[in-house]
Design a protein around this ligand. Structure first.
Ligand SMILES: NC(=O)c1ccc[n+]([C@@H]2O[C@H](COP(=O)([O-])OP(=O)(O)OC[C@H]3O[C@@H](n4cnc5c(N)ncnc54)[C@H](O)[C@@H]3O)[C@@H](O)[C@H]2O)c1
Length: 263
């Protein structure tokens, strides 16, 4: 297990779900962490819990909405000021939007999904990359989705923005590999986080557990993924063990995205 001692990593969407699970994985390995989220209450709760459990890790919390360019610039500057450098960036914050067909989709929700899932990811890269260039390199993990590889019924803006994240990842790897910056994206399937629990409530308000069981039955593993299983992959991609993986969209989905036909 690679040590993250003296390594500084920024995690967006760190207050819960996949961001929090990676924060815990890296904190357990002694990292300096900037935890970014727009939910101040949950962010402070997460930091308190992690700081109590992992005294060898260091924490900075920054309340920021990643769709606000100035707020993104600020979390990058605050990290440099506190820790002096940025070795890793987990560009994770994202929202699902609503479940609705393409024609009926609420335009304002559509634009919000684009602002957070696409522009938020872009702003992060725009401000983190120059710091990594100055400091001789770094590792970036963007968060796409199986919805960044395949279509998903009734989730057009989510699918569109996650395909865009896959594209941005390939271009970042292409343009900044020469600066010793390795950039990848993960494409999680259904991982049981608050976001996915909410999606099951929307699909079947009367019985979200039934929606969850039906979803799990389609997966080759017959279960949903755990946030900790995603965190281990992200930690590898951000670590010194990763020397040459770049520009990849890595599915973490129990094999589900390869299915064609019955499972
Ligand atoms: N859980 C899954 O199965 C799954 C699958 C594929 C992709 N993803 C992606 O993983 C990422 C994390 O998802 P999750 O399931 O952990 O979600 P979640 O809703 O459980 O947690 C997301 C966190 O991000 C924060 N956040 C959302 N928008 C923000 C913004 N504009 N600025 C700052 N913070 C913001 C939330 O407050 C929350 O703490 C998202 O990009 C999501 O699309 C998740």
């Amino acid at each position: 297990m690679t040590d993250f001692k003296n390594k500084t990593v920024i995690i967006t969407g760190a207050a819960m779900g996949l961001g929090l699970a990676t924060a815990e994985e890296l904190a357990s390995r002694g990292a300096n962490l900037t935890l970014v989220d727009y939910n101040e209450t949950e962010l402070n709760k997460a930091k308190e819990e992690l700081a109590g459990k992992y005294p060898e890790a260091k924490f900075l919390t920054v309340v920021a909405d990643v769709s606000n360019e100035d707020a993104v610039k600020n979390y990058v500057e605050a990290t440099e000021k506190e820790f002096g450098t940025i070795d890793g960036f987990y560009n994770n914050a994202g929202i699902e939007g609503k479940q609705a067909s393409l024609v009926e989709y609420d335009i304002n929700v559509f634009k919000k999904v684009v602002d957070i899932n696409l522009m938020g990811v872009y702003y992060g890269l725009r401000y983190v990359i120059p710091v990594m260039q100055k400091n001789g390199g770094g590792k970036i993990v963007n968060v796409a989705s199986v919805g960044g590889i395949r279509g998903v019924m009734n989730q057009t803006p989510y699918v569109a923005t996650k395909h865009a994240v896959a594209g941005i990842t390939k271009n970042t790897a292409l343009e900044y590999g020469r600066d010793n910056i390795l950039t990848n994206a993960i494409a999680p399937g259904a991982i049981l986080t608050p976001m996915v629990a909410e999606a099951f409530r929307e699909v079947n308000p009367a019985d979200p557990k039934a929606a969850e069981a039906q979803y799990a039955s389609r997966n080759p593993t017959k279960r949903l993924g755990k946030p900790s299983e995603v965190a281990k992959v992200v930690a590898f991609l951000l670590s010194e063990d990763n020397g040459y993986v770049s520009g990849q969209i890595i599915a973490i989905d129990g094999g589900e995205s390869n299915i064609y036909g019955n499972s």
